[in-house]
Design a protein around this ligand. Structure first.
Ligand code: GDP
Length: 390
């Protein structure tokens, strides 16, 4: 698949930067155009892989923003995005639309710029172009507090409505206990990039050898159709030593020997491990409507028999209407990676919790505002209300 990726807000920009990094590192050809849109100049300046001409600052002329961000206010983020439509159009004009299969908009939903702006951008692109608009939405972790939860719950609804499919990543389940905030984000952004790039670049025609059972962009589009919400499963093998090479370990019956185990068994085991390990956003996999399985890595380590038995196992385990599968040989890869896109999942406990906590946060914020209003009123008036204001 060929993508135009637009990072909205700080998290959106950093994750887009990481997608570019991972694409280059693994020699893939996925991103035709990458842009970052933000209301804060300092956030744009921190991006390593996105050239300056692909960075767009909005809200510069608004007295509330002036290049300093929207202060975690998604209403303002949405308003500025609408007001600065011309700047957004200028950004979209740089996208070679004839050469892409889809747009991907990336944002963290707990703040203001991405939370308010990304859904507006998705609506604008949906109305202007025929290509599908996918979203990659990051949910805040619990310790970010009520405001982030409320922003995310509100934005989630609009963003999911405006996109062809919304891929979720839950910061709460990916936060390491010893992580500093930024160090933790860098690590989680790598985890996001691995999964998203591996799944969306499968079957792309580039320097990699032709696979036996390639996916193409229509398979990915098909899996991501239906206006739902998706999560991604992933597992990778240990490094496969080059010297002991698969080709040299070919057995007389045509199967490979991989550290003593049959390669079909290994591939099948890795597929099960992926589905049973931590998803980008925890969900009941039985509730997935469709799935897409991709096994990527050194060509001679990919067993089609293993993929087929893994595919059947996913079909039975998830009760998906359809499970598509394919291989994605990568020259120079030293590991096997299995990625499973579980689309249109409906049972997502983090979303239920997010919504409940957002309702509580909204009530708390309203109560606090009322108390503060009363206290301010009391401060400004004398006890017996004798004094007249001038
Ligand atoms: P914005 O610039 O106003 O959109 O706000 P941010 O993008 O800075 O923050 C929005 C949310 O994204 C936060 O509430 C965090 O949950 C999350 N976040 C911020 N930076 C990162 C990051 O680098 N990686 C990840 N995974 N999440 C982030």
């Amino acid at each position: 698949m060929k993508l135009a990726v637009i990072g909205f807000g700080n998290a959106g920009g950093k994750i887009t930067d990481k997608l570019l990094w991972y694409e280059q590192k693994t020699n893939r050809d996925l991103i035709k155009s990458a842009l970052s849109v933000n209301t804060a100049r300092v956030d744009l300046a921190r991006l390593d892989h996105l050239p300056e001409e692909h960075q767009f600052l909005i809200g510069q002329t608004d007295s509330r923003v002036k290049g300093h961000g929207v202060g975690a206010d998604p209403e303002l983020g949405a308003e500025i995005t609408e007001m600065d439509r011309h700047e957004i159009d200028r950004a979209l004009d740089t996208v070679p639309v004839y050469d892409i299969d889809a747009f991907l908009i990336v944002a963290g939903l707990g703040g203001g710029t991405g939370s308010g702006g990304a859904p507006r951008l998705a609506e604008q692109i949906r109305d202007q172009y025929d290509e599908p608009v996918y979203g990659l939405a990051v949910l805040p972790s619990k310790d970010e507090g009520g405001r982030a939860v409320l922003n995310a719950a509100r934005s989630f609804r609009t963003f999911a409505d405006a996109t062809t499919n919304l891929i979720l990543f839950d910061n709460d389940v990916w936060r390491g206990s010893g992580d500093t905030v930024e160090g933790g984000y860098d690590r989680t952004n790598e985890e996001i990039a691995k999964r998203v790039v591996t799944v969306l670049s499968a079957g792309e025609i580039d320097d990699s050898p032709v696979s036996e059972n390639a996916m193409d962009s229509s398979d990915i589009r098909r899996t991501l159709s239906g206006n739902g919400v998706s999560t991604i499963a992933y597992a990778e093998s240990d490094r496969i030593p080059e010297q002991s090479g698969f080709l040299s370990s070919l057995r007389s019956n045509g199967t490979h020997d991989w550290n003593g185990a049959d390669s079909a068994t290994k591939v099948n085991g890795l597929i099960r491990q992926a589905v049973q390990s931590r998803l980008t956003c925890p969900a009941d996999i039985n509730s997935a409507e469709r799935s897409l399985l991709i096994v990527s890595g050194p060509g001679d380590a990919i067993s089609r028999k293993g993929i087929e038995s893994g595919r059947r196992w996913i079909e039975q385990t998830t009760e998906s209407v359809e499970v598509l599968s394919g291989d994605d040989p990568r020259p120079g890869a030293d590991k096997l990676s299995v990625v499973v896109l579980l689309s249109n999942v409906t049972d997502i406990p983090s979303i239920d919790q997010l919504q409940q906590r957002a309702v509580e946060a909204k009530q708390n914020i309203e109560q606090q505002a009322e108390v503060r209003k009363a206290e301010t009123e009391e401060l400004l008036t004398d006890d017996d209300d004798v004094l007249d204001p001038i």
